[in-house]
Design a protein around this ligand. Structure first.
Ligand SMILES: Cc1cc2nc3c(=O)[nH]c(=O)nc-3n(C[C@H](O)[C@H](O)[C@H](O)COP(=O)(O)OP(=O)(O)OC[C@H]3O[C@@H](n4cnc5c(N)ncnc54)[C@H](O)[C@@H]3O)c2cc1C
Length: 385
């Protein structure tokens, strides 16, 4: 595992970049529900989003611990990594399961940022968390697959050139096993838009650039199938640990931002002739949020270190995501309470970050499903669904 001293320059560099994107920048985008194009361009130019791409493909070849530090610092600086975090990890499926020619063709462009691979089409409106019930089909037709169906919550689809798509290639009743029959494709959305692919934005409580996408006889070249037909569910699952660890690191960054903001306000704000932070009723919730954040941070580090050692980290990645999402949400709630009325004022940025961090107990996997995973896979309890 990279040690803290090695990471200090990376953390400082991310902080320095983020300083150019202060609260006013994010507030304006939030009001307009606009995409942070300049922020994403700056992160790309600095190479931060290519952290996990090996050097042979033009990336920085950093560890998961270093990548997590980048995402954490973005959030701790008051910025928002959600518009581009997927550029960091979605390529993992291609890297691990793609063929040599696919990797040569796509990874250098993704590392440079010329190719944006940050749309991940898994969730569907009717199946939700039950991924194996998804209905989007890809049917082989000569040297193409023809895709029909619909995805929902496909974030950043309007700001991505490529999409990693999970679709059914063998009807469920004919599949060899419960998890077989799904396949992963790399869809070039530049060609597919208006050729069977329609993207519709969904406005949400925060500025998230999420969409629903519709496929109507969309043709995908067979050479864009990743790995073997029918094994896509396994490939997607293998990428989820990285996603969980990185999003957990973002939650740690959010929690640190809320805790710093609250502690600083509680030291300065004087009511009844003394700083509000002198009251234990105000200082204890801040201390409690800090303890929760630190405990979660240790689990994120543990998960990242197992991941980069190539060990199984399914339980730790899930627990890290769970603890960190709970810690950031608890810190967000505490921060509003500490600020009283000002917690609701737009110019303090708290209400914006509060809305943004709320997502992570639901997506990319909701709390209940993590608890089910631990109950079943760690504690040996019967599968509940
Ligand atoms: C802003 C946003 C961005 C997203 N981005 C993407 C993206 O880029 N790509 C993508 O593919 N998806 C994306 N998602 C989808 C996200 O991963 C799902 O919303 C999430 O996994 C929950 O699925 P669902 O919304 O279908 O809820 P459902 O599966 O309908 O579940 C609803 C509730 O019921 C609970 N529940 C369901 N089944 C069980 C059970 N068996 N036991 C206990 N509780 C249960 C869930 O925990 C949840 O609380 C995004 C979602 C949002 C809101």
């Amino acid at each position: 595992m990279t040690d803290a001293a090695d990471l200090a320059p990376i953390r400082e560099a991310v902080r320095a970049l983020c300083a150019d994107f202060p609260g006013e920048y994010w507030r304006r985008l939030d009001r307009e529900r606009a995409y942070p194009t300049e922020f994403v361009a700056a992160l790309t130019k600095a190479g931060f989003l290519a952290a996990l791409i090996p050097e042979q493909y033009g990336g920085s070849g950093l560890t998961m611990t270093a990548a997590a530090a980048i995402m954490e610092e973005i959030q701790a600086s008051g910025c928002n990594g959600a518009p581009c975090h997927a550029q960091m990890y979605t390529m993992g499926t291609l890297l691990r399961h793609g063929g040599a020619a696919q990797k040569e063709r796509y990874l250098p462009g993704i590392a440079r940022g010329d190719l944006r691979l940050q749309a991940f089409g898994v969730t569907e409106p009717t199946s939700g968390t039950d991924t194996l019930s998804l209905r989007t089909t890809a049917v082989r037709d000569g040297d193409h697959y023809v895709v029909n169906g619909q995805k929902i919550w496909t974030s950043r689809a309007e700001h991505s050139d490529l999409m990693l798509l999970l679709a059914r290639t063998t009807p469920r009743e004919q599949a060899k096993s419960r998890t077989a029959g799904l396949s992963v494709f790399l869809v070039d959305m530049r060609q597919a838009r208006d050729n069977g692919l329609t993207i519709r934005p969904i406005r949400t409580m925060m500025n998230h650039a999420t969409t629903e996408v519709f496929f109507e006889n969309m043709r995908v070249p067979a050479e864009n199938l990743i790995g073997n037909e029918g094994e896509g569910f396994r490939y997607i699952l293998s990428g989820m640990n990285a996603e969980r660890i990185l999003i957990a690191a973002e939650c740690i960054g959010d929690a640190k931002w809320f805790i710093d903001k609250a502690a600083s306000y509680a030291r300065d704000r004087v009511v009844f002739g003394r700083p509000i932070g002198q009251n234990q009723g105000v200082q204890f919730p801040i201390a409690r949020a800090y303890i929760g954040m630190r405990a979660a941070e240790l689990m994120v580090r543990e998960a990242a270190s197992l991941y980069e050692a190539g060990k199984d980290c399914g339980a730790e990645a899930n627990m890290a995501k769970h603890l960190a999402a709970e810690a950031s949400w608890a810190a967000a709630d505490m921060c509003v309470q500490t600020h009283g009325g000002f917690g609701f004022a737009e110019e303090f940025d708290i209400e914006r970050k509060f809305r943004e961090t709320r997502l992570y107990t639901v997506a990319p996997i909701s709390t209940n499903l993590i608890l089910s995973y631990i109950a079943e896979h760690v504690l040996g309890l019967p599968r509940s669904y």
